[in-house]
Design a protein around this ligand. Sequence first.
Ligand code: DX5
Ligand code: ZN
Length: 216
Amino acid sequence: MLIAPSLLSCDFSIFREEIRRVDEAGADFMHLDVMDAHFVPNLTFGAPVIKKLRPHTKKPFDVHLMISQPHRYIDDFCRAGADIISFHTESDSDNDKTLRLIEERGVKPALAVKPNTPVEAVYPYLDRLYMVLVMTVEPGFGGQSFMPLMMDKVRALREEISVRSLSTLIEVDGGIGRDTIKVAFDAGVDICVAGTAVFGAKDAKAAIDEMKALCK
Ligand code: DX5
Ligand code: ZN
């Protein structure tokens, strides 16, 4: 299991040090939650902040766009150093056009689905996706409870990926920790985002090691 700590739960006054801390703790990806106070009722940071953080780790930047018009900002996030860009099928942007913008920049594209959206919404684009992000909470805030019903979507998606012989990764985001990660692993998840479980722990490395050890 790969672990992507969500920086949403870090101490933003020492953002750079927090990135270094979870890098050393064994983070596989850095999950960066971009919110516009429109697509979700919360506001975080944008491309200029990501650009400044980029030199401080070699780990891939997994940028999760929770914004209404992602197509308008793809160029900015690619230039800022995103390695993976996830945008929501529920956004106002055209999926095909937005994917093409990401592809043209040589960045890995991903589509995200909110809890009430059927996972089949990503199927027309699946062959082009590096990853599918299945939300296991309503996007907007860290610290919410994991929705186990979303594992039905993960299983269906895992089956579809296998039938098509693809190598698309499945990521889940929201409420992942020591009590929920095994359920996600058993359903076929490749990457778990974890905010509270990593940044709320006294020892980030111990928290990451424990979650990985539970997935066996
Ligand atoms: C929620 C964000 C998540 C969030 C996860 O909208 O997309 O990445 O930070 O936080 P936890 O792990 O605390 O649920
Ligand atoms: Zn996220």
